[in-house]
Design a protein around this ligand. Sequence first.
Ligand code: PRP
Length: 212
Amino acid sequence: MENRKVRIALTKGRIEDKAVELLERIGYDVFELRNKGRKLILSIPGEDIEVVLAKAADVITYVEHGVCDLGVVGKDTIMEHGGRFFEVLDLGFGKCKFALAVKKGNNFYDGYGVKTVATKYPEVTRNFFESKGIDVDIVKIEGSVELAPLVGLSDGIVDIVETGTTLKENGLEVFEDVAPISARLIVNTVSMKLKQERVTEIVKLITAQLPQ
Ligand code: PRP
């Protein structure tokens, strides 16, 4: 890998503001990050750091390929996508959970037939039920997965629950928690060796800003 600047990939959207705030608390000038317009590669004045903004799964791809040294991405995407990188810090923001949800009052495990679960996260769902030794049919959904049990496509869903409002407004409820989620800092395996000093320095600066 060329010896260029340190490049950090941030996940666009929900956790973007918190990640930018974190960089600001370190003392970085985040003006460009806050006034980015349509620009995709942003610089931090006075630092050898470049920031790129990408969709969660792409943050992992960029870090895995080594074109970004560090990444901020949700545990949900890490669990679904997997990949070869170091997950070095739990950043403590973007907290929510994966949960198995059903129509209010239903017992997911009632009856003998193989149950159907709709989800945007088939890997997470597969691993969850495999760890319990339960056979389920998984249906991959791209949009609002809450719809699936309402129209009779599935017995339950595995999805992200943050406030619980989406479930409540659709007559669904959490039946079982699957896994906690929060934003994580990931590091490319090669950068960890070739840029060890700088990467370690940045990780330490970030760690110092996290609540103890
Ligand atoms: C997630 C998830 C739920 C909703 C839960 O979707 O799929 O629909 O958030 O949040 P709540 O518990 O606070 O109601 P998101 O908004 O991330 O959009 P997505 O469909 O792009 O995943």
